[in-house]
Design a protein around this ligand. Structure first.
Ligand SMILES: Nc1ncnc2c1ncn2[C@@H]1O[C@H](COP(=O)(O)OP(=O)(O)O)[C@@H](O)[C@H]1O
Ligand SMILES: [Mg+2]
Length: 169
């Protein structure tokens, strides 16, 4: 579903997952759509929490899994909407949640289990797939439209800068 040009990032530790979350947050714009995919326990909610903290959601505000509540909203640098569509069976159930409207109003929409619903969520998604690896996790990032492709290339540039820094150490 994503276009060519995907980016693979090794996340050997939780800290590296948090760092990628911070990068996603610092490069996100109002109205962006981020899809987090991967099995149960892959780190989707953990990544969402890192994004929330980096966007400025206060420490005393709990950022929990929306598995049963479906949608959580937070005040932040960009209003954040965190959804989990695992229990949403079809597009009809999704429409009732009004996520595409929140996005159109300028929220950053972070959606776990959202890959089947990219079109209904307004399209043009940055898709981050997380899988367990020998050390930690492996993230694969792909884009489904022009804005997400631009977002992805910004992340790629930041990643390359970090790798170069490492070489000079
Ligand atoms: N890079 C990593 N290496 C090891 N463990 C990680 C890494 N990133 C996240 N985790 C852990 O993976 C677990 C994932 O849980 P969670 O985020 O609830 O998964 P999901 O929402 O995908 O079901 C968390 O307990 C977190 O500490
Ligand atoms: Mg989760």
């Amino acid at each position: 579903m994503t276009e060519p040009g995907s980016l693979r990032i090794e996340l050997a530790t939780r800290r590296e997952t948090m760092r990628l979350g911070a990068r996603l947050a610092s490069t996100a714009r109002a109205g962006d759509l981020l899809i987090l995919s991967g099995d149960l326990g892959a780190g989707k909610t953990f990544m969402s929490r890192a994004i929330a903290r980096s966007l400025g959601v206060a420490r005393d505000v709990r950022v929990t899994s929306p598995t049963f509540t479906l949608v959580h909203q937070y005040q932040a640098r960009i209003p954040l909407v965190h959804a989990d569509l695992y229990r949403v069976g079809d597009a009809h159930g999704l429409i009732e949640l009004g996520l595409d409207e929140l996005r159109a109003e300028g929220a950053l929409l972070v959606v776990e289990w959202g890959e089947p619903f990219v079109a209904e969520l307004g399209g043009d998604a940055l898709v981050v797939g997380l899988v367990l690896a020998a050390r930690g996790r492996l993230a694969t990032l792909g884009a489904t439209g022009p804005r997400s492709a631009e977002w992805l290339s910004e992340i790629a540039k930041l990643q390359a800068a970090v790798r170069n820094e490492g070489k000079h150490e």
